[in-house]
Design a protein around this ligand. Structure first.
Ligand SMILES: Cc1cc2nc3c(=O)[nH]c(=O)nc-3n(C[C@H](O)[C@H](O)[C@H](O)COP(=O)(O)O)c2cc1C
Length: 321
């Protein structure tokens, strides 16, 4: 039987930008680097976004910031996520040559980490609707397609009022993570609040929080009025979830892991690949029988070829890469 896309998975229009489908990979700093995003796009993710990039860092020419702006060839349309709280810096960033290649400019109004919010950035903007709307308005005036990723509120829920103001200011899509800032990543995402935002807005609203399976995506699309779904932690260890959602064959786990390593190798030095892959392998191997030894070994292996050999041996892969 030919696999078919999950129910409710379909193309999506964001302003003048058309996406092949409405299932997004959420930005996860430290995980969704260019290699993982490329892999998720291979499997059919409709949109991937860079890890969050500081508008001030861009202005002051930080090398680390610039590295985050790399995008894979298959990230089309492409999306960069910016954070900050000064609209002048946002506009300068958007007008900089480095951002020209991006089709969508996403503004982070959801990051709860104190090192970000203490400067008034990320989800701290949810405490100041006028300031947040002013940033969106200034960014939208550049003529670029501007979207926002937000939470349900800071401590109290103000998502509907907040999202409406951003829509009126020119945002073309809003992604709502169904938690307040105070909740960080604990408790459950409140999809009823996401639904109330979706019902109140004319622009597409994307629901985000705790989605890990095809069934959960279908349920969200059918019951909460959202135009699409964004998946973060649920894609770690199973980027082929996007394949299952878009009616493709994801292939064997070991091939996914080896391809991920190959992609990492294409962009990063060996040291980064080995250490970053530890986090990913913990996700890939969770609950997989007969991988206990490999799970322990990956934390001590320093050499990439050795790591690949151990993975192949564990999964009984004979041929060379
Ligand atoms: C390790 C980690 C890093 C994150 N980095 C970002 C980020 O850079 N930008 C952003 O908007 N959200 C970030 N988030 C939030 C996620 O995009 C997402 O909203 C959240 O994890 C809830 O979705 P999920 O349950 O599907 O993971 C991060 C979350 C985690 C756990």
């Amino acid at each position: 039987m030919t696999p078919c896309p999950a129910k409710g998975v379909k193309p999506l229009q964001i302003g003048g930008v058309t996406l092949s489908n409405n299932i997004f990979l959420a930005p996860l700093a430290g995980y969704t680097d260019i290699a993982f995003r490329r892999l998720c796009r291979d499997f059919g993710a409709g949109l991937t976004t860079t890890e969050m990039v500081s508008v001030k860092g861009l202005y002051y020419n930080s090398a680390n910031t610039r590295e985050l702006l790399a995008a894979a060839d298959n990230e089309t349309p492409s999306c960069v996520q910016l954070f900050g709280s000064d609209k002048e810096f946002f506009v300068r960033a958007i007008n900089s040559p480095e951002l020209e290649k991006f089709d969508i400019i996403d503004i982070n109004m959801g990051c709860p980490m104190p090192k970000i919010t203490k400067n008034g950035d990320g989800s701290a903007l949810m405490k100041d609707v006028r300031k947040a709307a002013g940033i969106v308005e200034a960014c939208a005036k550049t003529g670029r397609t501007v979207t926002v990723k937000m939470r349900t509120g800071w401590d109290k829920i103000n998502a509907v009022e907040f999202a409406r103001a951003l829509q009126d200011a020119g945002a073309k899509l809003i992604a709502v993570h169904g938690r307040t800032t105070q909740m960080l990543y604990g408790g459950n995402a409140d999809w009823d609040v996401i639904a109330s935002v979706a019902a109140a807005l004319e622009i597409p609203v994307i629901g985000n929080g705790d989605i890990k399976t095809v069934g959960e995506v279908e349920f969200a699309l059918e019951n909460y009025g959202v135009a699409g779904v964004m998946i973060g932690r649920g894609a770690l260890g199973q980027p082929d979830l996007f394949a299952r959602l878009t009616g493709r064959d994801g292939g064997r786990l070991v091939d996914i892991i080896l391809k991920h390593i190959d992609y990492m190798r294409a962009y990063f030095p060996e040291r980064y690949v080995v250490t970053n892959m530890r986090k990913h392998l913990a996700c890939y191997l969770k609950g997989v029988p007969d991988t206990k030894q490999l799970r322990q070994e990956v934390n001590v292996v320093e050499n990439l070829n050795e790591l690949v050999d151990k993975i192949k041996t564990t999964f009984g892969v004979k041929e060379n890469l």
